[in-house]
Design a protein around this ligand. Sequence first.
Ligand SMILES: [Zn+2]
Length: 386
Amino acid sequence: MTTERLYYEDAKLFSFRAKVLACEADKKGFLIELDRTAFFPEGGGQSADTGVLGEARVPDVHEREGRILHCADRPIEPGTEVIGRIDAEQRLRRMQNHSGEHILSGVTHRLYGYDNVGFHMGAEGVTIDFSGELDEEQLRRIETLANEAVRADLPIRAWYPSAEELAALDYRSKKELTGAVRLVEIKGVDLCACCAPHVSRTGEVGLIKILAADRHRGGMRLSVVSGMDALDDYRRRLESAGAASRLLSVPQEKIAAGVERVLGEQARLKEHAVMLENELARRMAGQYGETEGNLCVFLPGDLLGEPALRELVNALSEKCGGFAAAFAGSDEAGWRYIIGSRHVDLRANGRAINAAIGGRGGGSPEMIQGRAQAARAEIEAAIGRF
Ligand SMILES: [Zn+2]
């Protein structure tokens, strides 16, 4: 027996009385069939309603051959009269997003002839895939016209046309439809086959905002929020912009300029740090006298960046007959190293050096670099043996 669908008569019916016709155990709980229901099973891109049936929680609803089956966390005896309650806030938001999607798709189709070839409703807002690419100006135009349709507060009508009427109508549809086709019309904006409940006037949709538009499979994927979801999104963005504006000490409209200023300062500081590190490297090298053997220097991890460490090794290489090694780090965290030489072929000796200091790395005959996982004393002893 097909379930009477109360959501088609009244999309804002959030509590209802019904009789339990059947109840069967299922993998996740119980499947309950009623004589009538206001729970919308998933369809047309819209997710299934959630709510309660009496004491039972209903986390999902399915449709099977005209029967609507309510997934429930506990059984209800067939014959029982129950009161069903739908999570109204969630349903209202979904209807705002879904009706908003119809308006936007209708406007896009009318303006540019593109079809909606994919529609997905997420936890907040929707994504819509269009069959053609849209530039920024076109997206702006679509968004403006969609919101003008909201402002016009047009009626949204849904009905089942006769076969003759349907054949004569030009409506949007994602696939060839069989059986009774339900049409949803927003006069002058959109006519589309859809099985989901909608708000009754476009004014109820509230703001329709395109958040992002990306090229996708030869067309465009739009992320769109409408209604209360758009308000939440606006609030979050304001919160984030407010925090950034306080951190930067600039008004919200000048955050980009503020970030640019900070990045400029950062680049100058980086340049200055490199200059100081190089100077420090030269002075450190100046403290060592000439030697026939190897030179080995240990530094705290972050004291010198890689360019300055290389500068130090180059300066030390000129003072020794063997090789010059600089280790930056600690016994706990390990050491990054650079080893340079004017006299020893480091590429040829790299394997032996790495084996001695528990290291990994490589480079040219003049310079190798890598990481070593050994204690400072062990490394010093190993370098001394070369
Ligand atoms: Zn739809």
